[in-house]
Structure formats: C-alpha cells, structure tokens
Design a protein around this ligand. Structure first.
Ligand code: ATP
Ligand code: MG
Length: 613
C-alpha cells in the first residue's frame, strides 16, 4: 500500500495519455449509463453500508464503481490480471473508483499469505485502491452482520425458509433441465417458524449440514439457480478474520450481490459462468432495495469471457497441485502463469497491461495464443532493454597472431557498442551511455558459429572464412585448434585482421561475411542461464478433463553455464536485457548475485515467435 497516486491512476499506464482505447461492450454500457445519468443520484456514505448509511452521505464522487474481488485462496494468475486491468482500467478511464475486495466468505480455504500476495500483485501490475483520499480496500467478512440481517429480512417477508431435507433429497427434488423441481415439505412453514429455526442455526443448536436457509423463489423455474437456492449453511469453521464468531456462513451467490450493493458498485463484472446466476443476483437485490435495506439503483452484473491462454493452466487449484507435487519450484517458478511467476520470468507490468488491452473483452469464450503475450513483452522491452552479448554454448576461439599485431599476448583493446540501437531511442531522448568491453587474444564464441566443414550457405566461421566479431575486429578463421577425446572441437583458431576494429576508419576495409557474438575470456563473467520453455506440450493441457500432469514438458527448463559481458554481470535483480541474437533475459530476482555472487539470468522470451512452430 505504498502508492500515493490519487484517483486509481496506474503507476505506469500502458498507453500514452489520450491514446484512443478500443471500445468494447462494457465501455459502451458504461458510456450509455453515464449519458443517461443512471447513477447520478447515488450517494456515498464514505464507506460501505446499507441504504441509511449512504443516504446520509454526499453525492458519490465516483462516476462509476467497479471491484476486483478475489477469494484469498491462492496466488493470482494471468487470468486474474485480465480482470484487474479491466476493472481498475475502466474505473480510471471513466472517473470512477475500483475497490479491492477480498471475497472471504468461505472460511475454510483462506489464508493471510494469499491476502498479501494478492495486494502485491495488484500494485505491481500498476494499480492501487486509493481514490478521493480514501483507501478502498475491503473484505466481505466485514459484511457478515448485514448479510445475516438481510437473510432475516427475507425470512420475515416470506422470501426464505429453513429446509431440513438431506443434501440428497434436496438434490433429487431440484429436478433438472427437463423436469421441474419438487417443493420441500418444509417450504410452507410460517415466517415466525422459519425465523426461530434460522436463529437456532446461528446460535449453534444444529449440526453442520443438518439444515440450510433457502430463498423461496420458484421450484419450476427453467433456470435451476432460481429453484430455491441455498443462501446460508451451518459450518463450524474458524474464519481467518472473524474467528469463531459465526457457525453459519452465507453462500457465495447470496454474499456477492450484497457485497457489491453495500459498496455501491455500479458495474459488477464477472466471467461468463456466472451468467445463469444473474437472475438471482437481480432478484435478491430487488427484494433488499424494496425493503429499504439497500440503496437504489442496485448494482448490475455483466459477464465477459474468461481468459484462456494456450499452453497455460488458469485454475488456482491445478496450479496449487503443480506446486505441492513439486512439478515446479514454487508459486513464483518462472514457468508458472501466476503473477509472481510472470514477474520472476521477466514480464513487465506494462507488457501485461498491453496484453489485457490488446485481447480486449468479449462475450464468447475463446483461446488466446501464448505468442500474443510474448509479443507484448517484446514490444515493451524492444526500446527499453539494454543490449549485451552472452555466449550460451561456449567454445574457445584463439586469435593466434595477437602478439604479432599488438605486441603481447595479454594486450587488450576496449570496444564500445551502444546500449540501445539508434532505432530504440525516441526523438529528444538522451541515449544511455555506451557499453565498453574488452577484446583479447582469447574469446568465447557460440559452438554453432564454427563448422569444420561448412554446410551449404553457411556464413560463419570455417577455415578460410572472414567474419566480424561484433563490435570488435574482423578475423579470418584458420581451423580447429584442439579437440577432446570424443572428437568435439574445444578450440578454434583465427587471425585478427589489424585496423578493422568497429567504429574506426578502417572498419569497412575488409568485408566480413557475417558478424558473430562473442565475449572476451579475460573480462567475460561466468553466469548461470536458465532457458525456460513452455511448461506443457499440449496447447490445451486441461481441456475436456485431460490429466494436465501428463502434458508436462520434460524439457521446460535447461540450465547452462554461459559467459556474459561485464555490463550484464553488473545487473541488478529484475533488470532486463536483450542478449544479442538470443532474446530477452532478466537477472533472476531471487538468485542473481545471491550468496555465492554468481549472476543468474532467466530467458523471458526468444527474439522471434517460437510458439506457432
Ligand atoms: P480460480 O478458478 O483460478 O480459482 P476464480 O475465478 O475462482 O479462479 P477468484 O479469486 O474468485 O478466482 O477470482 C477473482 C476475479 O478474477 C473474479 O472476478 C474472476 O471472474 C476473475 N478471473 C478469474 N479467472 C479469470 C480468467 N481466467 N479470466 C478472466 N478473469 C478471471
Ligand atoms: Mg472462485
């Protein structure tokens, strides 16, 4: 909660001010409501509350109110990021406020570890819940008393009853799509009788599961959610906030609309699977507005398609299984689609915001290709990530005439290269200082950059070929210097061509067939590089009830020992780079320069899209 930016402004907006945002059905609904003045009469009591509380307040300074309401039962993932960007983004764009709300009405699965990680994730993504001088951070468990009162109101007005049927009886009497439900024998008890029973439930006089409170709506409704849904159950469980104060807890479908209404939410956005719940959402709030408990007009629910991303699982439960079965190193394993995982992998908040903006919101489910997410990352880092050279599969190259040219074997020369290419510097922007690195007699090159017998069209090192060491000298390959017992080349020989250093007048005097990347052995730094690949081999690893564990990619992590130029070794954790020709890398936030002092980099993404192949 460190941010002090007012008005729910993101700390780092994805797009320049004034940039045209692509419209979508939610923006159209909001624009319509603003034009029609649907919510202009609402008042805000300064905090969530009932009708009387808000009526005593000021006209609401927020033009709209949205909310992000996670259950604190796991770490947030990229699907939640879509919802965060949507809810906070709409509030920002329309002079509204987005509430951060923990939907903690289920006592069993929740934990404060998750609460903190969720707050961190939202802030890291660039949003905050401070607006109009207030922190809009709420928890649904604070509303238990009101929810209880609302339930009593429904009982008293004949809109709810205590049902003592067994779970099985209730299930079979609910009917199905083709068959209307059957009334419970307890359905026609008097309000007074129901009220007495409900209070007994609250007072702990009945066993867990022995009875529930149900809304009394219509057992023949074509929408099964309206066939007298349960709204309160008995559950002796210690809640992480309210402790043992309650032994009855509201059902999600009852709690959620009330949470929205107490907070004066105008547009309650949820994923499509809640569409069938909307009639109950409306029914409940109408009853409570009618009874004067809640201020009118009540919030409205709108559904949008959840994010499905290829090669990615977005279910907290399944992600938890990967963690607890040690298939990954933890919630923040760089292969995880959790926000902490994406962050450690090297994704930036801006790239995720850009992704959310680009995929937009629709009303029908579809799959987004993983390459779209990677594309946003590349787009964001292209002009930001400093360049550097790293050799990931090193083999030694010796410049055999070095002492003849420079007078001594241990002579070194400084080379300079821009940290960002000219094309990445915006007009008027000062370019970052150049990188300076040394070249000497021995350098590391990539194993694939030498061929004893070149395949057709090969332009890099082979005996007799002339190549530039990028940013250094032009060299002529003379052949293999040494091989190991297996016949593998361990040393390549070449001759440096004097006067050809990049950036000097003689640089173009000799034409090189190719430029290869390299790191000097004298000043290059040994680093651990973690080459991450997709976690699953199946594009839809858990679709149709498939066992996603079977789809795990056995080669999703390859660790190599690399050599990097000194500017990279000096990186701070989380700093991102483009390793020339290899792609985008980040200094690992946990392990880079930790204890032993060794640099550790994660591959964020390659330079080109490799997902479609
Ligand atoms: P999970 O199934 O992973 O547990 P959930 O939907 O139960 O996810 P909540 O904590 O209840 O998780 O979700 C908080 C908000 O995030 C909800 O408003 C929900 O609609 C939204 N959300 C969750 N998953 C996605 C997704 N894949 N795409 C878009 N929004 C999502
Ligand atoms: Mg949920």
């Amino acid at each position: 909660m460190s941010s002090t930016t007012p008005g729910n402004k993101p700390n780092n907006a994805p797009t320049a001010d004034g940039e045209h945002k692509v419209s979508n059905f939610l923006r159209q609904i909001i624009e319509h409501d603003l034009a029609a003045g649907t919510y202009t009469q609402r008042r805000w009591g300064g905090s969530p509350g009932d009708a009387a509380h808000h009526a005593a307040g000021q006209p609401d300074p927020a033009k709209i109110r949205t909310r992000f309401p996670p259950e604190p039962n796991g770490y947030l993932h990229v699907g939640h990021a879509k919802s965060i960007c949507l809810n906070f983004g709409l509030a920002r764009d329309y002079g509204g406020v987005c509430h951060m709300r923990f939907d903690d009405t289920n006592p069993e699965k929740e934990d404060t570890e998750y609460v903190n990680s969720i707050l961190d994730a939202v802030q890291w993504l660039g949003f905050n819940w401070e607006a109009n001088g207030q922190q809009h951070l709420y928890q649904a468990s604070d509303y238990f008393s009101f929810m209880y009162r609302a339930a009593e109101y429904l009982v008293e007005t004949g809109h709810a009853y205590v049902d003592e049927q067994t779970t099985e009886q209730m299930r079979s009497n609910r009917g199905d799509f083709g068959k209307p439900g059957v009334d419970s024998p307890f359905r026609n008890r008097t309000p007074a009788e129901n009220l007495a029973r409900f209070r007994e439930m609250r007072d702990g006089l009945h066993e867990d599961g022995s009875m529930v409170l149900r809304a009394k709506i219509d057992m023949a409704s074509p929408n099964i959610n309206l066939r007298d849904p349960a709204i309160y159950r008995i559950r002796r469980a210690t809640h992480h906030h309210t402790g043992d104060q309650w032994c009855i807890y509201p059902m999600y479908t009852f709690a959620h609309p009330i949470e929205d209404a107490l907070e004066q939410i105008t547009h309650s956005l949820c994923t499509l699977e809640f569409e069938d719940q909307r009639p109950f959402y409306d029914w409940l709030l109408e009853r409570l507005c009618e009874g004067g408990l809640l201020q009118s007009p009540p919030p409205r629910q709108y559904e949008f398609a959840r994010l499905n991303l290829t090669y990615v699982i977005t279910s907290k439960r399944k992600l938890a299984q990967l963690v607890y079965d040690h298939k990954v190193s933890g919630w923040d394993d760089p292969r995880m689609p959790t926000i902490v995982g994406l962050r450690r992998r090297g994704y930036t908040p801006e790239s995720i915001q850009l992704f959310a903006e680009r995929i937009g919101v629709t009303k029908s489910d579809s799959w987004i290709d993983y390459s779209t997410l990677e594309g946003c990352l590349r787009e964001d880092l292209e002009n930001k990530a400093h360049r550097g050279m790293a050799v990931l599969d090193p083999v030694k190259l010796v410049l055999t005439n070095w002492a003849d040219v420079f007078g001594a074997d241990d002579h070194t020369e400084d080379c300079t290269q821009p940290a960002l290419p000219h094309s990445a510097i915006a007009e008027g922007q000062t370019p970052p200082p150049d990188r300076v690195f040394k070249i000497g007699k021995e350098v590391w090159i990539e194993r694939e950059d030498f061929e004893e017998v070149p395949p057709k069209g090969y332009k890099r090192l082979f005996p007799g070929n002339v190549v530039r060491l990028k940013g250094g000298y032009v060299i002529e390959c003379t052949g293999v210097g040494a091989k190991d017992a297996n016949g593998q080349v361990t040393e390549v020989h070449a001759k440096v061509i004097p006067g050809t250093k990049s950036g000097t007048p003689g640089a173009d005097s000799v034409k090189a067939k190719a430029a290869i990347t390299w790191v000097s052995m004298a000043s290059g730094v040994k680093a651990e590089v973690r080459l991450y690949d997709r976690l699953f081999l199946d594009a839809q690893p858990d679709a149709g009830g498939k066992d996603f564990i079977e789809a795990l990619n056995p080669d999703s992590l390859k660790v190599v020992t690399a050599y990097v130029e000194p500017s990279l070794a000096a990186a701070k954790p989380d700093e991102k780079f483009q390793f020339e020709r290899h792609g985008y890398f980040v200094a690992d936030r946990a392990d880079h320069l930790a204890s032993g002092g060794k640099p550790v980099f994660n591959r964020v993404a390659g330079l080109k899209d490799s997902w479609g192949k």
